[in-house]
Design a protein around this ligand. Structure first.
Ligand code: AMP
Length: 472
């Protein structure tokens, strides 16, 4: 299948070529022709499958015909978080550069005045988080009666974040003749109900989960006592061929503590979580993308769906409470044909969570162990020196407030050989490359993205109305 076979315009095909894509992904191949034929769609697809271009590309061609009207967006894309909304906006800028389309991004934490101005000038595409959209709607600043195309993206995430009532309200304000595209990684009953109520004769498309189908991600789990997790993490970061890593933890406090302790150990680490305001999150993300730091400690909601290329490793310091989050997390690596490794640290507290993950993915994650002190023994001299400084610094640093966090013990307490897999036996060369880690907590963490602090940083161009093809 080629992009040229999907019915897209020549202008759009040029943008796709410029983006460097050779072939449509399965979700694109199945969704694009149907969207162009004005069908409603239910797309069961994760981030990482190319689903964003699956709806952005046909939308651009559909919206190429028609006129903008003040306060009445022609299409609406609902996203659960600001970061995802901004990412979709970037996709519109990238693929829509040869079209005369205007878009506005409506997200919390940004001055409302600019957004209202954009809307009053008229937009073809409105990308919004439900909270801010409802806010503007209730103030009478927006009319949804001219909105002929609706995308509900990451519907199961919207459910987790309590946005379904808002989405139902929004859906009921749009014309019943609209086209609706709903994307979700899973189809829990409330999403099914939503689809039954608001979609009309939808085409159902399901693509393989990246986690279960993506053979580019090597997954491992490592059983360690909770108190040994930090040491295990450091060993993985030192021993393995880590170029860039995202480390996930279940609690914001853990994310913060981890970033601090890794920095004290000499690692180039940053953090992204829901207690940070938007500008701080953006700045940290940019540092990671620019390579100023190569380790990013993250919470699930803050990192949801972020398209960060070339992440070599994902490490689950905690096994996620929701098994779906495991798939979201490890999907940050092994993207676009690149290979990646995902390690999950499993303590006793994580036992139930990891069992749920394995049940969901239908596979037993290969288990490996780490040997004590080996990381330093194998490290090149220069690196060892840096680490030693890091360790000294850690010793000198004040203990974190959470006294309950005991000093990490060497993973050596566990059965030892260098890096040993208890399941399939790798070739020696492969063995060197592949190692794991573990962790787990309990109550779900909710970070309502729209309830976070104000956006203080520079406002990207696409936050205002963007004339996508002014240059064209
Ligand atoms: P998404 O699932 O929309 O978050 O996309 C995941 C990644 O796949 C993004 O980095 C896209 O730029 C990339 N991508 C989208 N479509 C294609 C394609 N046809 N070929 C290769 N990469 C793609």
């Amino acid at each position: 299948m080629k992009f040229a076979d999907l019915g897209l315009s020549d202008q759009l095909l040029q943008s796709v070529i410029d983006a460097g894509y050779d072939e449509p992904t399965p979700i694109q191949a199945q969704a694009i022709p149907s969207v162009l034929m004005m069908r409603d769609i239910i797309g069961i697809a994760q981030t990482g499958t190319g689903k964003t271009a699956g709806f952005v590309l046909p939308m651009i061609d559909i919206l190429a015909h028609g006129r903008r009207r003040a306060l009445m967006p022609r299409s609406l894309i609902l996203e659960p978080t600001r970061e995802l909304a901004a990412q979709v906006a970037e996709n519109f800028e990238k693929y829509g550069k040869n079209h005369d389309l205007r878009m506005a991004l409506l997200i919390g934490g940004v001055q409302m005045g600019d957004q209202v101005k954009a809307l009053s000038d008229g937009v073809d595409v409105l990308i919004a988080t439900p909270g801010r959209l409802m806010d503007l709607f209730e103030r009478g600043k927006i009319l949804l009666t001219g909105c002929e195309l609706l995308v509900i993206d990451e519907a199961d995430r919207m459910l987790d974040m309590g946005f379904i009532p808002d989405i139902e309200t929004i859906c009921s304000k749009l014309p019943t003749t609209r086209q609706t595209l709903l994307f979700s990684a899973t189809m829990p009953p409330p999403i099914k109900k939503l689809a039954d109520r608001f979609l009309s004769n939808p085409k159902y498309i399901e693509v393989a989960r990246p986690a279960s189908a993506n053979i580019n991600i090597a997954q491992f789990k490592l059983r360690v006592p909770a108190r040994a997790k930090r040491d295990a993490l450091r060993q993985i970061l030192r021993k393995d061929d880590v170029t860039t890593a995202i480390i996930f933890a279940n609690r914001k406090t853990t994310v913060r503590d981890l970033a601090k302790s890794l920095k004290q150990s000499g690692f180039s680490a940053g953090e992204i979580h829901g207690d940070m305001d938007q500008s701080a999150r953006n700045a940290e993300l940019q540092r990671f993308k620019d390579g100023q730091i190569n380790i990013l400690c993250a919470s699930d909601v803050a990192a949801r769906g972020l398209d960060i290329k070339g992440v070599s490793h994902v490490i689950n310091f905690d096994t996620p409470w929701h098994p779906d989050d495991y798939i979201h997390r490890i999907g940050r690596t092994g993207r676009g044909g690149a290979t990646g490794q995902a390690f999950t640290l499993v303590s006793d507290e994580d036992a139930e969570a990891i069992a749920n993950v394995e049940k969901l993915t239908g596979m037993a994650i290969p288990e490996i162990t780490l040997a004590t002190g080996e990381g330093d023994a194998e490290a090149p001299p220069r690196e060892r020196a840096v680490r030693k400084r890091g360790k000294d610094a850690e010793r000198e640093a004040p203990r974190p407030a959470r006294k309950a966090e005991p000093r990490a013990e060497p993973v050596a307490a566990e059965p030892k050989p260098a890096v040993r897999r208890t399941e399939p036996k790798p070739a020696p060369a492969e063995r060197r490359e592949r190692q794991p880690a573990v962790v787990a907590p309990r109550q779900p963490q909710v970070e309502p993205a729209d309830a976070l602090g104000a956006w203080n940083g520079p406002i990207p161009g696409f936050l205002h109305v963007s004339a996508l093809s002014e240059a064209a």
